[in-house]
Design a binder for this molecule. Structure first.
Ligand code: UN1
Length: 503
């Protein structure tokens, strides 16, 4: 039985939730006790208590703890990746990459512990010094999705802890075992009990508990990775309490294929980012915007690649495995309802669940045991189609065409998301003009829409987030606030603005 851990103690009670392997549904990975709103609030209170002392630990020492966390993750890399594969069905090779992201993140923030720079700033007045300091925000509540059940949480945990905050982490229920395993490593590395609290709860309970905790002044920052719809609710709630959350939401990520593109590379990237993790990344490719001159050739090759893609058992070498859990399978069924018959569907023999009656050639394993879906490739999508405007969160990619680069940029921006984007071109002018015009927080040139690096800002605009950025030094602005200090050693009361006119 998995329970929440608050201030170092297990807290039981609440309703039971079963986290099962989406590739082998009768394989129960964990039975979880979901906490109630009062318990959630109690976790925030425990965090508030523990944070005071943690903030007094010198930043380089906190950095050492984060570094030790990364080393423990490295020592348990295969075991953690196996758990990711088992609990959410991510292919093992990708799961290993995900665990590596944690190691990279911790490595970065280990070093940041020795920087965490403030500034010295010139004053308008003589014999006066101005300084800036980064101070921890206090208590951070972190609510994460389960598609990256350990890497994305580490993007919050490592910097939040390094900056001297205490954390209450609420992971996705269907990734509970991964969350507990990662938390155990953090505690073993020396993160004090109470500085990291793990709360298993459902969405409504989290909302109610967070509302109460914010109202009581127990929460100073909320980090949320998940859907745009839930992000809006979180944003509204935080706004009522005069707080700006860190929101990492959905994406409808475009890839432009210019007439001079290397089509082989473009197809490889489209397959990886469109269908990898069964399309369940926020950075998944949504729509390919291909120049009319290369559309037919690109599509022919892409459809061949999709048809040949190995799908199935995530412990094998496949492009993608099952949906993350039941809820995502149902969500994808709903998405498939948007696929009108006005589209040409290519790359698959069927649309929907892979079963004995709707088999997929070359499927790896037994489709009957898990939540497997056929890949969908749609040609001729139009800007008014839901598959063009909405995030699909499943293995579906749409293709459309353009004639001028301005048109391509307009199509790329049209859905109103702004997370990731890509352009395939051999002309640097096209690449730069695309970067300037596209509204996304991240732009890839001759690379796929997925593939964040631990030291580069990650985040989106529009429906993809509120402009906050994770990773690298940029995330420090989420977990610290600037404090300024002025120090006058002139021996008299020097008045700003007033005195400067008399100099
Ligand atoms: C997400 O889907 O929430 O760059 C994050 C990427 C991944 C992270 C995606 N490493 O696609």
């Amino acid at each position: 039985m998995l329970r929440s851990v608050i201030g170092g103690s297990e807290v039981g009670g609440g309703t039971e939730y079963v986290s099962s392997n989406p590739a082998v549904l009768d394989d129960v990975v964990a039975t979880v006790e979901l906490a109630d709103a009062v318990t959630f609030r109690a976790a925030c209170a425990a965090a508030r208590e523990a944070q005071r002392e943690w903030a007094l630990v010198p930043a380089p020492v906190r950095g050492q703890v984060v570094g030790a966390f990364g080393r423990l993750v490295a020592a348990n890399k295969a075991a953690l990746a196996r758990l990711v594969t088992r609990e959410i069905g991510k292919p093992y090779a990708e799961a290993l990459g995900e665990v590596q992201e944690i190691i990279d993140t911790c490595e970065f923030f280990l070093g940041e512990g020795r920087r965490l720079y403030g500034q010295t700033v010139p004053s308008e007045m003589p014999d006066k010094q101005l300084f800036t300091y980064r101070v921890p925000v206090g208590v951070a509540v972190v609510v994460t999705a389960g598609n990256f059940p350990v890497a994305v949480p580490s993007w919050y945990l490592a910097p939040a802890l390094l900056c001297g905050n205490a954390v209450v982490w609420k992971p996705a229920e269907y990734a509970s075992a991964c969350a507990r395993a990662l938390s155990e490593l953090a505690w073993r590395a020396g993160v004090p009990a109470g500085v990291l609290n793990l709360v298993f709860a459902d969405g409504d309970t989290t909302y109610a508990g967070l509302d109460a905790a914010l109202g009581d002044g127990l929460v100073d920052k909320v980090g949320f990775t998940g859907s745009t719809a839930v992000g809006r609710r979180v944003g509204e709630l935080c706004g009522r309490h005069l707080q700006t959350p860190c929101l990492e939401l959905g994406g409808k990520n475009p890839m432009v294929v210019a007439p001079d593109a290397n089509l082989e590379l473009a197809v490889e990237a489209a397959l990886f980012s469109g269908y990898g993790t069964a399309g369940q990344r926020c950075t998944s490719l949504g729509t390919v915007i291909a120049h009319t001159d290369v559309h037919d050739e690109f599509l022919r090759r892409f459809a061949d690649a999709v048809s040949a893609a190995p799908v199935g058992d995530p412990t094998a070498d496949v492009v993608y495995g099952p949906m993350l859990d039941d809820r995502f399978a149902r969500g994808f069924e709903n998405t498939l309802g948007w696929v009108g018959d006005h589209h040409t569907v290519l790359g698959s023999t069927s649309v929907g669940r892979i079963t004995a009656d709707a088999p997929r050639e070359g499927f790896v394993g037994d489709p009957a045991t898990g939540l497997y879906y056929h890949p969908v490739l749609l040609d001729g999508v139009r800007p008014t189609d839901k598959v063009f405007t909405e995030e699909t969160f499943g293995p579906v990619v749409g293709v459309t065409t353009y004639d001028t680069l301005d048109e391509a940029i307009e199509l790329a921006n049209a859905p109103g998301y702004g997370l990731s984007s890509a352009v395939y071109t051999t002309d640097p002018r096209t690449a730069f003009r695309f970067r300037q015009g596209v509204g996304a927080g991240m732009v890839s040139v001759n690379n796929s829409t997925s593939g964040a690096e631990a030291h580069l800002p990650f985040g989106g605009n529009g429906k993809s987030g509120n402009g906050s950025r994770q990773s690298g030094v940029w995330v420090l602005d989420q977990f610290t606030r600037w404090q300024s200090m002025n120090w006058d050693f002139s021996g008299s009361l020097q008045k700003a603005q007033l005195d400067v006119t008399t100099i």
